[in-house]
Design a protein. Sequence first.
Length: 270
Amino acid sequence: MAATNNSIAIATVDLCKRFNHVTALDRLTLSVARGQIFGLLGPNGAGKSTTIKILTTLLEASSGRATVAGFDVAADPIEVRRRIGYVPQLLSADGALTATENLTLSARLYGLHGARLKTRVHEALAFAGLETVAHKLVRTFSGGMIRRLEVAQATLHTPEILFLDEPTIGLDPVARRTVWERLQQLRHSQGMTILITTHDMEEADVLCDELAILHQGQLAVIGQPDALKAQVGPQADLADVFAHFSGAVIEQEGYYRGIRQSRGTIQRLG
């Protein structure tokens, strides 16, 4: 059954996830307003990916409640899936298909057909800036091109909410900024709510209206980037905020291992 607060796109109440004796997510309570770009930050193992998998119905919570687009993720997973797009951390486009073929396959999975399918595929290619390479195999694309294609795939059905797990990990600065521009375009042109997980403090500062820092599965702090920086100190940046509230630094071994894994995927596709 749909919730009644239309101003809230995502809400969790005491959300928990346990794997045997390990608590990956511990009583997470937060809300995301419609039309926001919201960031989930935290060290590796903080619960970011666990949260996003629960919200996208890919993982069942141990306890607590979560609603997405007004629907309970446990009670109404099909309704949730109809209203969301999801871009996973590792590149997932099929390198053996062209950009057009990848988009067409995704559009059919979303239930599009006929003239509507052709229109949305054409619009998606334009949105991703891939018209000139529409009929080239994705294995020939750069990592940034693949990521733009995946964002386009995830929004073919014009979802209310888009989830992205580390959307620019392993990308060069130019490719990162191009992805940021596409996400801002979605928010401004469609009023789309966007939730991202990221280790990139510049990304969080540029994109996010509000962010939450998780630490050991718990919510450490939530707020607007400028307000959080002011809370830490007059010269603080988001890296200082991250270290202050999570007790961790950005350059962790796990972060760089994640980059190498993502780049390995790009290499296999390319």
